[in-house]
Design a protein around this ligand. Structure first.
Ligand SMILES: Cc1cc2nc3c(=O)[nH]c(=O)nc-3n(C[C@H](O)[C@H](O)[C@H](O)COP(=O)(O)O)c2cc1C
Length: 331
């Protein structure tokens, strides 16, 4: 008698990735302090990323019950306006992370992601984020346990290594056997923080070495960058961070639905429309003019456009929301 073994983990991988049947999906990166609900809503309305991520949500290892902040729990959902939402957790300790994953799912999350890249987590007493890569032995139990605790997709976002950019290769068998659904690789080391360039030669190596879908992330600021990374790596898709914060239309440019290299006039118009849109949304999400102004400046911080340097400098220096709004009217 022959027995058919159904590998449920593989079935789940094939059938229910957050981006479904979209080939070469474009994901909006999780960015603490930036990719809040209002910014996600703006991107969804304007450029419709194939998947959006929450900012990292900190798991409180010390709390007996409330592992996640109430404000974070209010954001739990499978999709925002039809675009799949991945909820990202950062924390440490098996118990705490599993409890947080359960709470997140009870509150409505379907796609969960573990942050194994944030460089600041290495400074904390319990190793979190990129700090987790300092003690890979701890991951052997943690990753399968978390995978099993998540009914929907479970993915990992990681750096290439803690201080060795080849470390990721040693973790691939664990991610595969645990049934992780997909990986997002930012090919810098944790200790490197943001210095130098993302080495997508490593991404190409990882894509070749694993059967898991790999999403490439890091230093994609133009459509040409994105196309080059796809060609170089064979990645399943791209995750856009700072490049998209600076220029949301990067999504459309990569899809061939917006001018790949717009002129100065067009960029100035696009900047005005983006910031006016975010101003309106931030006025409803945040209270207090200075908080709104600070949040808008956090976006502008990631813009580097020599031809619009004077405008950007003025916006960065605006001392009040009124002054900021007046400058926007000129765009
Ligand atoms: C201000 C800022 C906040 C970030 N917050 C997060 C975060 O919450 N979770 C995470 O996994 N990565 C976070 N990252 C890393 C980005 O998601 C991304 O991996 C990194 O910026 C490289 O991609 P990029 O070159 O497209 O920006 C953050 C990066 C920046 C600059």
């Amino acid at each position: 008698m022959s027995v058919t073994v159904v590998d449920t983990k593989r079935e789940r991988t094939a059938l229910s990735l957050p981006w479904g049947e979209v080939s070469l999906p474009l994901l909006l990166a999780p960015m603490q302090g930036l990719t809040n609900q209002a910014l996600r809503a703006h991107f969804i309305q304007q450029v419709r990323p194939d998947v959006v991520f929450t900012e990292f949500m900190q798991v409180n290892a010390a709390a007996a019950v409330k592992r996640l902040a109430p404000a974070d729990l209010r954001q739990m959902t499978a999709a925002e306006d039809g675009v799949p939402l991945v909820v990202q957790l950062v924390g440490h300790g098996r118990e705490a992370l599993i409890a947080a994953a359960s709470t997140a799912q009870e509150a409505g999350a379907v796609h969960l992601n573990l942050n194994m890249g944030c460089p600041y987590g290495r400074m904390m007493s319990g190793l979190t984020g990129g700090g987790m890569l300092r003690r890979p032995a701890d991951l052997v139990e943690l990753i399968p346990a978390l995978r099993d605790a998540v009914a929907g997709t479970f993915s990992v976002k990681l750096r290439a290594g803690y201080d060795d950019p080849q470390q990721v290769f040693s973790l691939l068998p664990l991610f595969e056997s645990a049934g992780v659904d997909f990986l997002i690789l930012h090919p810098r080391t944790v200790v490197q923080e943001y210095a130098g360039l993302a080495d997508h030669g490593i991404t190409a190596g990882v894509v070749a070495a694993t059967r898991l879908p790999v999403i490439a992330n890091g230093d994609i600021r133009t459509a040409a960058d994105g196309q080059r990374v796809l060609r170089q790596t064979g990645a399943a898709g791209l995750m856009l961070g700072r490049g998209a914060i600076a220029d949301p239309l990067l999504f459309q440019r990569l899809r061939g639905e917006a001018e790949p290299e717009p002129g100065k006039e067009a960029r100035s118009r696009e900047l005005g429309s983006y910031l006016r849109g975010m101003l309106a949304r931030y006025r409803t999400l945040f209270c207090g003019e200075m908080q709104v102004l600070g949040k808008l400046k956090a976006i502008i911080k990631h813009m580097d456009d020599p031809e619009l340097a004077k405008t950007l400098k003025g916006l960065r220096r605006a001392a009040s929301l009124r002054a900021f709004t007046a400058l926007l009217q000129e765009l």
